[in-house]
Design a protein around this ligand. Structure first.
Ligand SMILES: C[S@@+](CC[C@H](N)C(=O)[O-])C[C@H]1O[C@@H](n2cnc3c(N)ncnc32)[C@H](O)[C@@H]1O
Length: 396
């Protein structure tokens, strides 16, 4: 397929920037166009200094695997990558930023803006911290100590929250750019629900981080425990946030219908993740980001499995893992069948939590292919299971 650039940009301009060691800041190719399958999920390019010479570093990503290689400038072919089926391309240079987004029909929409950026060419790029450990709110919620350092016992939670935010931000931006989510303002803030918020680490972090990025938001933390509500409300009040951060002691399944833009849940136990997903689907949340916790529901249903699968399920640990995989795969499929574009991401290394998958879903209202429902039905029949999420939604 040959790409015709209908606006004032040609692929030559992108190629020229990528070839220029003194202009390129970074380039990212990501997403996939309808019915196309690029070799990688993402390609990121940037200049790096190696032995006093600038080289073009290319990081290719597929699922949780990434590979880094160093190329000579001029060796990367932008057109080949665009034609391979990526849906988005971002090219940042020291003087201009260009984005290309392909519509469903494959037409490129090009946007260019004059922006001055500087290059970062160090080889070992440190991950920039999104949350300053010394910020007041992190010590109030108990992640940092009085000296502004992350407490050793909270390091994993701190990293989980940061990685969650790292994925949240581009997801929000993409939805706004696609016109499916409004640009939040003080008068019309984002409405966010954090399901199973516990000590509200994520709740406060999302609120602060989005505010810092100029995304006004109202966030509501839901937890069935009254003591959580009291503790969290006191912190919100100490931080002067009573108008924009609130907490309720309720079971997710008992929440009524409400307007919601973004629903999040980090490690809401067992089927509470299903309650959170079901409520979000019913309320047509634009974005869902749910990192499930332990789930036992499907595992318990894997009693009489069709052969030869007993060679897997007779092993307790393998049965448990298979149950986890099935549960999340069926959650993603049910979301798809309700008009959500869904992906499952490993959002953090498993050394920080064994529960490191994130279900991300955005409401596109696309009608799924009819065979997707057939595949779902066949799956349930073969395995004689009925996922909890389907039960809550009365989805047949
Ligand atoms: C493992 S904690 C996670 C807390 C927090 N999201 C975090 O990552 O730090 C799970 C929380 O979900 C709450 N929870 C479990 N089931 C729930 C339900 N059905 N409705 C509301 N809250 C629930 C629990 O009370 C607990 O505070």
């Amino acid at each position: 397929m040959t790409i015709k650039m209908t606006s004032d940009i040609s692929t030559d301009e992108i190629q020229t920037i990528i070839n220029d060691p003194n202009r390129l800041v970074r380039a990212i190719f990501s997403g996939r166009r309808r019915n196309m399958q690029p070799e990688f999920e993402k390609i990121e390019l940037r200049p790096v200094k190696m032995h006093d010479k600038l080289q073009l570093q290319m990081v290719t990503v597929n699922g949780s695997k990434s590979k880094t290689s160093n190329l000579e400038f001029g060796d990367f072919d932008a057109l080949v990558s665009l034609e391979s089926g990526f849906a988005n391309c971002l090219v940042e240079s020291t003087d201009i930023t260009i984005t290309i987004r392909f519509t469903k029909k494959g037409a490129p929409q090009v946007h260019r803006s004059a922006r001055t950026l500087s290059q970062t060419t160090s080889h070992d790029r440190q991950k920039t911290r999104l949350l300053d450990p010394s910020s007041d709110f992190l010590s109030k919620i108990g992640i940092s100590d009085r000296n502004g350092l992350v407490k050793p016992s909270m390091k994993d939670k701190y990293l989980q929250i940061e990685e969650f935010l790292r994925i949240l931000m581009p997801t929000l931006r993409d939805e706004i750019a696609a016109g499916r989510l409004h640009q939040p303002t003080t008068q019309d803030p984002l409405k966010i629900f954090d399901h199973g918020c516990g000590n509200a680490y994520l709740t406060f972090a999302v609120h602060y981080f989005l505010n810092e990025k100029d995304f006004p938001n109202q966030i509501i933390g839901i937890d069935q425990r009254e003591e959580s509500r009291r503790r969290n409300l006191k912190i919100a009040s100490d931080l002067g946030l009573n108008d924009s951060v609130s907490f309720r002691a309720e079971k997710i399944a008992e929440l009524g219908d409400e307007a919601v833009d973004l629903a999040i849940a980090l490690h809401a136990c067992d089927t509470a993740s299903d309650d959170a997903i079901a409520w979000s689907i019913q309320n047509r949340a634009q974005i869902l980001m749910v990192s499930p916790c332990c789930h036992h529901d499907l595992q318990l249903q894997l009693v009489e499995v069709s052969e030869p699968w007993s060679i897997v399920t007779r092993n307790g640990i393998l049965k448990e893992r298979l149950g986890d995989i099935f549960t999340d795969a069926l959650r993603a499929q049910i979301l798809k069948l309700h008009g959500y574009r869904t992906d499952i991401i490993e959002f953090i290394g498993d050394e920080h939590t064994p529960r490191n998958l994130l279900i991300r879903a955005v409401l596109t209202n696309s009608k799924p292919e009819p065979n997707e429902k057939t595949k779902y039905d066949e799956f349930l029949e073969i395995w004689s299971v009925n996922p909890r999420l389907a039960e809550i939604l009365s989805f047949k």
